[in-house]
Design a protein around this ligand. Structure first.
Ligand code: FMN
Length: 235
């Protein structure tokens, strides 16, 4: 199995530890590959709003050399885990910065067909409130990339650092990650996108049939046969 882990922070706090707990329960074989990226160090700088990725191609992004290795790892992985601490009820700024660079692969533009067969996991920790919202917004990004199945793991740690997290909560993290890992392991290679993903994809294919505003988006859909009956999840 191949896994991409994107940490929306550099430090090894509660969020990192929850993600590590889950990842070690998924990567059970020596042959498993884990690609890890920690933001902002291994991510792009702020999006400059040039629209190059959308209208010229992602290789024209001024930060393409930082974005491409992350996207390549995601494309080759079975499971994509993305985490962030909860900051002011939202995800970290560095994670949002990465997401801003991935708008070109939204279903509205040039989704990667292989995403429909992938599993996404959104993880966040919060001292009190907001982790659910953060995992929801990470999941929303994954949905727009076409990811077939996404799980959320929001954790209320009631602490500002992992060393302050109580034993009871740590025990809960072990149980939650046990449960989630077994659900994910059963799902690998058996992902079927839900109705809403398929409906949106079909709507986008109808839109791109008459697309005169973005030739590279249109040819992306044409080349893959998506303007006819071809569906990426049926390959
Ligand atoms: C700038 C900042 C903003 C925060 N905002 C929230 C918040 O909105 N809600 C909350 O419950 N905790 C908030 N916290 C606490 C963290 O979300 C919480 O301690 C989390 O577990 C930290 O994860 P980490 O150890 O991976 O950094 C905030 C912490 C910081 C540093």
């Amino acid at each position: 199995m191949e896994i991409t882990v994107i940490h929306g922070q550099m430090h090894k706090g509660s969020t990192y530890h929850v993600t590590e707990e889950l990842t070690k329960k998924l990567a059970l074989n020596d042959s498993d590959i884990i690609h890890t990226f920690s933001l902002p160090q291994q991510g792009p700088q702020f999006c400059v709003g040039c629209f190059s990725c959308i209208y010229k191609g992602e290789s024209f992004c001024p930060h393409a050399s930082q974005v491409k290795p992350i996207v390549d790892a995601m494309i080759s992985s079975d499971v994509i885990i993305i985490d962030s601490p909860t900051y002011c009820l939202e995800m970290s700024g560095q994670l949002k910065t990465l997401f801003d660079h991935l708008g070109y692969m939204y279903m509205t533009h040039r989704p990667q067909g292989i995403m429909f067969k992938k599993i996404g996991v959104a993880i966040s920790t919060a001292a009190g409130a907001g982790a659910k919202n953060v995992t929801k917004t990470i999941k929303k990004q994954m949905f727009w990339w076409g990811i077939g199945k996404t799980y959320r793991l929001p954790v209320l740690v009631q602490a500002k650092s992992f060393s302050e997290v109580s034993d009871k909560i740590k025990q809960g993290i072990i149980l939650d990650t046990d449960r989630l890992a077994s659900r994910i392991l059963k799902k690998v290679n058996h992902v079927k996108p839900r109705f809403l993903s398929k409906a949106l994809f079909t709507l986008m294919s109808m839109m791109h049939k008459t697309n005169t505003w973005n030739p590279i988006d249109k040819s992306h859909w044409e080349q893959r046969g998506w303007l006819n009956k071809h569906k990426p999840w049926r390959v």
